[in-house]
Design a protein around this ligand. Sequence first.
Ligand code: HEC
Length: 163
Amino acid sequence: MKNTAETLAKNFDWPGKDGKPIPQPPKLSAEHQALNDLGRKEYQSLCGNCHHPLGYGIAGSGPLLVDSDWLRGSEERLVRMVLQGVRDPIKINNEVYNRDGAQSMPAMAMALDDQKIAGILTYVRREWGEFAKPVEPATVTRIRAATKDRAEPWTESELLKIK
Ligand code: HEC
């Protein structure tokens, strides 16, 4: 047992090992902290039902969010995904998810206002180590207006054209 632990310790590095500090996201302004807190609450009551409360994904309901390359990608894409939803197979970290196209993510433009969408995306892009900048409610307002005539969920190839 001790040997295994020593081998592991020699060969791997992880946050907190040897008392190294666990990386913390940069501090937020009071306003952005309130946005993040709203996002946490909304994530738990809505997104977490399909993506798991800790972002691990739930088989048959939704893919993982922790470490997903979509979270590191453009916020322009993420806002659209939440507003109009997503359908068809999608590559996540180079693996095809939803190969048979049976699953989809619902449009949430009606269910969530700009503040809540900005909060949720701010939260998911900080909570699991991405430490991305907050998503501003004004960005969501702009994208909502730009996509107001779109009813269809997005597909991967459409999303990848958006920078
Ligand atoms: C009813 C279930 C459901 C809900 C609720 C839901 N999603 Fe999804 N989500 C999915 C499914 C299914 C996919 C994959 C869609 C596909 O394969 O085309 C997905 C894909 C995604 C992706 C891209 C793939 C990945 O894993 O990174 C992101 C990002 C995402 N969802 C974020 C959210 C956020 C944020 C919310 C809450 C606002 C949310 N989802 C709510 C089911 C859901």
